[in-house]
Design a protein around this ligand. Structure first.
Ligand SMILES: Nc1ncnc2c1ncn2[C@@H]1O[C@H](COP(=O)(O)OP(=O)(O)OP(=O)(O)O)[C@@H](O)[C@H]1O
Ligand SMILES: Nc1ncnc2c1ncn2[C@@H]1O[C@H](COP(=O)(O)OP(=O)(O)OP(=O)(O)O)[C@@H](O)[C@H]1O
Ligand SMILES: [Mg+2]
Ligand SMILES: [Mg+2]
Lengths: 256, 256
């Protein structure tokens, strides 16, 4: 079965895009066939993979409004085995444009079910909100990854997010399961990081990935070169972190 | 004239809430009368000021749907001279609830025009999107502060944000001016911070505040104690940064 992973959290700046791009690239480096869908109007994942938005003219927006099928908007990326569907600012209009569309929450799920090519993993990068774009991602996915920055404000929204997941599971997508909570930007030198990590592990136990992504400036440099970390600096702590996460996710998949 | 400052940027995690809370508190410490409005469904500014959401039962949401006037939802805060209107998760429903309300973009501007108490400054914290909540803030404001984290992805959205500001100015609010771009989480040790700061200053020139807010862990610790930085650790670089910013903004106001 194709693993469709939604990377979601309404808190801004927690590492959703960094996780979607670098987990995707790491899975491809480990031999998996990966499709990344950029469902954020900021389209950071698109530029983080070096895809020039002006060139393509084909975006996920056209799929969301039912104008194109998914197959026709898939691009190759700089990583062998990884493909992408570019995002664009047009996505910001989807919430109001689909107000009268009865399938509004299922536009992406429907498009994915009609996809001809098969992938091992599909990864969906979400915007920082719980609006229609994120609901589409959660309805199309069978797993959710929740990046949580090791900071206080990032903890606050987790309860609300969990409630939203169970509403989506009940109303739109009974297959939806939590793949895990991913601690990001962990800085072992600060007491705050240690406290937050302890609190999240204490509350969510085995739902937290063993892999913790450290704060690593190389991760924030890589997007300015349009490359995932494994191409920009494979020896960095950031690259090692996301490779470890990819292996942990592959292992969990094999054991059901 | 009451200075109404909207703190906006659709990029997540750039320091909008940290700026709204700490600039507000610094202006109050310098003797100004300040009102902070939390227009983000995450309500981080509300908890960052130690306001317990469950206690109040009165939120800005009721003002946005026209059920209450602003006066009735104003609370005192832990800082003398600073007041706040709490946010709540109900705000997430406003975009669809006001679809058929002709005044949908002006609900906050209308409420502010009816306010009986006068303040020197009103500061509005925005969510990470360019939806109806942020449009309301930009329509109600006469100045905009744009926090920009010294990171690559934060640069990408600036062009789109500037376009949105000029559309709002033309269609809804001719008084709207850019107060300034505020560089945040600046880390002098990384080349990335230096490069991004140089690029922003090179492109936006005098529109960039002289004050640059450094990356300072004390700023991210303070919210877990429900306090702004000037109460949590006045000697920290973060507190000094926001006091400097407050003085720069007061000075600019006096000179028109
Ligand atoms: N582990 C890390 N170490 C250092 N910097 C990081 C790390 N992860 C992400 N970053 C940087 O932090 C910023 C926020 O990350 P990112 O943009 O991936 O978050 P996001 O959740 O996708 O944000 P948004 O809510 O705007 O979509 C980016 O500038 C990114 O380069
Ligand atoms: N100068 C700084 N130094 C260190 N940490 C900071 C600084 N400014 C903000 N932070 C921390 O970075 C995180 C993001 O900041 P904040 O939540 O204020 O951003 P935001 O733009 O309001 O996010 P959102 O888009 O979710 O509303 C928070 O955990 C905050 O405590
Ligand atoms: Mg993102
Ligand atoms: Mg915020």
């Amino acid at each position: 079965e194709m693993r469709v992973l939604s990377v979601s959290n309404q808190k801004g700046g927690v590492g959703k895009t960094t996780t979607a791009v670098n987990l995707g690239a790491s899975l491809a480096v480990l031999g998996k066939k990966v499709l990344l869908i950029d469902l954020d109007p900021q389209a950071n994942a698109t530029s983080g993979l070096g895809i020039n938005k002006a060139d393509t003219g084909r975006y996920v927006y056209q799929v969301m409004i039912g104008a194109n099928d998914l197959q026709s908007v898939i691009e190759e990326t700089c990583v062998k085995g990884m493909y992408a569907v570019p995002g664009s600012y047009h996505l910001a209009g989807v919430e109001l444009e689909l107000v009268n569309q009865p399938l509004r929450e299922r536009m992406l799920a429907r498009a994915l079910s009609l996809l001809e090519t098969s992938f091992d993993f599909v990864i969906i990068d979400c915007p920082p909100s719980l609006g229609l774009l994120t609901i589409n991602a959660l309805t199309a996915a069978n797993r959710v990854i929740i990046p949580v920055q090791c900071e206080y404000y990032a903890l606050e929204g987790l309860g609300r997010l969990m409630k939203t997941l169970s509403v989506i599971k009940k109303r739109f997508n009974p297959r939806l399961e939590l793949a895990g909570i991913l601690l990001t930007m962990y800085d072992p030198r600060t007491r705050l990081s240690q406290d937050i990590a302890k609190e999240v592990k204490g509350y969510f136990n085995s739902k937290v990935f063993n892999t913790v992504i450290p704060r690593n400036v190389r991760l924030s440099e890589a997007p300015s070169y349009g490359m995932p970390i494994c191409l920009y600096d494979i020896s960095s702590k950031g690259a090692q972190g996301y490779l470890m996460l990819a292996k942990e996710i592959i292992r969990k998949g094999e054991n059901g």
